[in-house]
Design a protein around this ligand. Structure first.
Ligand code: PMV
Length: 292
């Protein structure tokens, strides 16, 4: 019995979404698969605090006793990179547990449980990651409310995800950094306006990649982008791309994956290879994800 949930990118609005501004999120094709069968967890899994937390969440919710099972997890989603790996892991494991123990969870229940799991990692998650991972597609998330966007303008484009290095800080630490920056409320409001612009563009079936550049500048002002990612993004932009970090960011080492767009995909891919950068491409689905 296996369960797959996809990772995500934030097109605009990370951090500002925590302050009630809208964020636009899209599902990736990559994700996490969890398979459960009769057996036992291995030693590493038994010591994994996040996994044990997920099992407790499932147990509390279903009142199921004596959970003994073997778990296999496969993922092609980079971790600590802002691509939703912890939410996708939680959704896949909880989904597989629900199937194995024949205790169906509807989408709303799964969302609530993944959100609870994410709060364990983040301190206080906006709910945006759990929402896109569980519900899929392309969505606007604001204050817990979700609107699926069905405009095909984004589905026509190819986006690049480029590794700037692991974000070693937790999302919770990055949230604290933002809260302690003196002008964060002003910057957050400006990011909110950018997201509103994308939303109205998408409603007219258009997409302006320049917003990535503008959002990146504001994320740098919030103080969540490290030097390594700043320099890399500068280089990508000099080559004609528009790019931003996606997710909470990071300062000490990398800032996770960078979301980029270039009008000449082939030339850009060639450039990234020459620069020996690790990357993958993704086309966004505009339909919500329909698998349980
Ligand atoms: O954990 P990440 O890197 O996917 O970031 C989540 C997005 C934030 O806005 C930074 C946090 C949140 O809870 O929305």
């Amino acid at each position: 019995m296996s369960s797959f949930y996809p990772g995500k990118v934030i097109l605009t609005g990370e951090h500002s979404v925590v302050f009630g501004q809208p964020a636009i999120l899209a599902s990736l094709s990559r994700g996490v698969t969890a398979a459960i069968q009769v057996g036992q967890l291995n030693q590493e899994q038994q010591n994994d605090r996040y996994l044990q937390h997920l099992i407790n969440i499932f147990q509390d919710f279903t009142k199921q006793k004596n959970l003994i099972f073997a778990l296999q997890v496969n993922s092609d989603l980079p971790i600590q990179s802002g691509l939703g790996s912890s939410a996708a892991f939680a959704a896949a494991v909880l989904g597989a547990l629900a199937e194995f123990y024949q205790h169906p969870l509807d989408r709303e229940q799964l969302y609530q449980l993944v959100w609870e799991a994410e709060n364990f990692v983040h301190g206080r998650s906006s709910g945006a990651d759990p929402s896109i991972v569980v519900r899929g597609g392309l969505q606007v998330f604001k204050n817990g409310q979700v609107k699926q966007v069905t405009s095909p303008s984004l589905a026509r484009e190819t986006f690049f995800l480029i590794d700037s290095g692991l974000a070693v800080e937790s999302t919770g630490e990055m949230l604290k950094k933002v809260a302690s920056s003196p002008n964060h409320l002003e910057v957050v409001a400006q990011i909110g306006m950018l997201s509103e612009k994308i939303i109205s563009d998408l409603e007219r079936d258009s997409f302006d990649p320049e917003v990535f550049k503008q959002n990146q500048k504001l994320l740098e002002e919030l103080g969540v982008v490290g030097e390594k990612a700043k320099n890399l993004i500068k280089k990508l932009q000099e080559f004609g791309a528009t790019a931003k970090i996606t997710g909470a960011g990071g300062l000490k080492q990398g800032s996770g994956y960078i979301l980029a767009w270039h009008q000449d995909q082939e030339a850009f891919a060639q450039f990234l290879k020459q620069e020996k950068l690790s990357f993958f491409t993704n086309k966004f689905l505009v339909q919500s994800y329909a698998k349980n």
